[in-house]
Design a protein around this ligand. Structure first.
Ligand code: LMR
Length: 397
């Protein structure tokens, strides 16, 4: 049976990780996968996480199953982190959350949930979007279509085109929006644009799915969730897929959540029963570790403050390097303008260079960036920024 299989290409993002690892050039730079790095190029375990892990090691009393929805305290804390403590949807008891294996697990659960709601739903994603979005929804048997989002020429949003496309999407379809730190472009909606999109969602009746994988990496925990909170206060139904990979640095512990907001408390119970049935049919129950760490941190004011400080430090470093990168590239690459890097948010921006130039960066300089020209700004440091900017200047000459 297996002889029928044809080999598939490696994932465009994860394949870079392996290629980078195998590269022996001492000057190599990894700007590929979306993982935060410090000045030394490390992705350390956060101090708040270490403390919570010590607590867990000392206090864990059982390895029994944790249930379909996972750690319920974690689920509640995630709802509050996403929506804010006193959000009307929470006060009306309209939100139900399942802990999931990472943000990707959350998206896959959401995809199956959508399929149960409407077998013929089309999921609309931004052009461009995180490449895995498309595979994830298609793997659940859903049709995926794209709507205009990023303006490669002007390095901004194609907002009028986006509004035009969204205004034609019918009820029964799902529109995926990135809450903040758009992956891969770094280009986010402003408050007014969120309101416009909310108005269209209400008028058209389609369902919005918010992917929030970088809360706290853009402006602040609250501001990065402002669009999501606005939508949640004005629409009847909403799906939120969240991740603790980046903001808690828990990448390999695979911890995320899928939250469903329904029109009232009894509809929320029905949604929850379907959500849990989906979970049961995919992986039965989530792993415990990551959720225990997050709920321990968010239950302690001391650990929460420590985590906030560490998150602020990560965000400040990224923003500092957005400014520095813009300066260096503008200085060294004559006739090119990289000021958009400073206007965008989170880990990613498109450099806007072509395939051949990207290949030269990898082959001649051991600089690894995704084939779309997406760079992870967190991979830049004081030690490598000149090497990087000189290499970009050389290949774009
Ligand atoms: C990325 O976009 O680099 C991250 O979300 C990691 C991944 O799984 O692709």
């Amino acid at each position: 049976m297996f002889s029928q299989l044809k080999p598939l290409p490696t994932d465009p993002i994860l394949g870079l990780m392996a290629a980078f690892k195998a590269d022996t050039n001492a000057n190599k730079i990894d700007l590929g996968v979306g993982v935060y790095k410090d000045e030394q190029g490390n992705t350390p375990v956060l101090k708040a996480v270490k403390k919570a892990e010590e607590f867990r090691l000392a206090n864990e009393t059982s390895k029994s199953y944790i249930g379909l929805a996972g750690n319920l305290d974690y689920c509640q804390k995630m709802e509050e982190l996403l929506l804010g403590n006193a959000h009307p949807a929470l006060l009306a008891n309209r939100v139900r959350t399942a802990q999931t294996p990472g943000g990707t697990g959350s998206l896959r659960v959401a995809a199956e949930f959508i399929k149960r709601c409407n077998d013929n739903a089309t999921v609309w994603v931004t052009t461009p979007t995180w490449a895995n979005h498309i595979s994830l929804f298609e793997a659940a048997g859903l049709t995926v279509k794209e709507y205009p989002y990023y303006d490669y020429e002007k390095k901004g949003l194609l907002f009028d085109e986006m509004v035009n496309a969204l205004s034609q999407i019918p009820a029964g379809d799902v529109v995926l929006l990135h809450a903040c730190c758009h992956n891969p472009s770094g280009m986010d909606l402003n408050a007014e644009q969120w309101q416009t999109v909310t108005d269209i969602a209400k008028a058209q009746g389609f369902t919005v799915l918010i992917d929030i994988a970088y809360q706290g990496f853009g402006t602040s925990l609250d501001e990065d969730a402002a669009g999501l909170r606005l939508l949640a206060s004005q629409v009847e139904e909403l799906i939120i897929c969240s991740s603790c990979s980046k903001n808690f640095g828990l990448y390999r512990d695979r911890i995320g959540a899928c939250s469903i907001i329904s029109k009232d408390a009894s509809a929320a119970d029905v949604s929850n029963s379907v959500l849990l049935s989906v979970v049961r049919s995919i992986y039965s129950m989530p792993p415990a570790h990551g959720a225990d760490i997050v709920s321990t941190i968010l239950s302690s004011s001391e650990l929460t403050t420590m985590w906030h400080d560490e998150l602020d430090e990560m965000r400040s470093r990224i923003n500092e390097f957005r400014s520095l990168l813009k300066e260096k590239l503008n200085d060294k690459c004559h006739g090119m303008d990289f000021s958009f890097i400073e206007r965008q948010h989170g880990m990613f921006s498109f450099l806007g260079i072509n395939k051949e130039q990207i290949e030269r960066l990898q082959k001649e300089y051991s600089i690894y960036i995704v084939g779309s020209s997406r760079v992870n700004v967190a991979g830049i440091s004081h030690a490598n920024i000149d090497y990087f900017a000189d290499a970009v200047a050389e290949v774009t000459k």
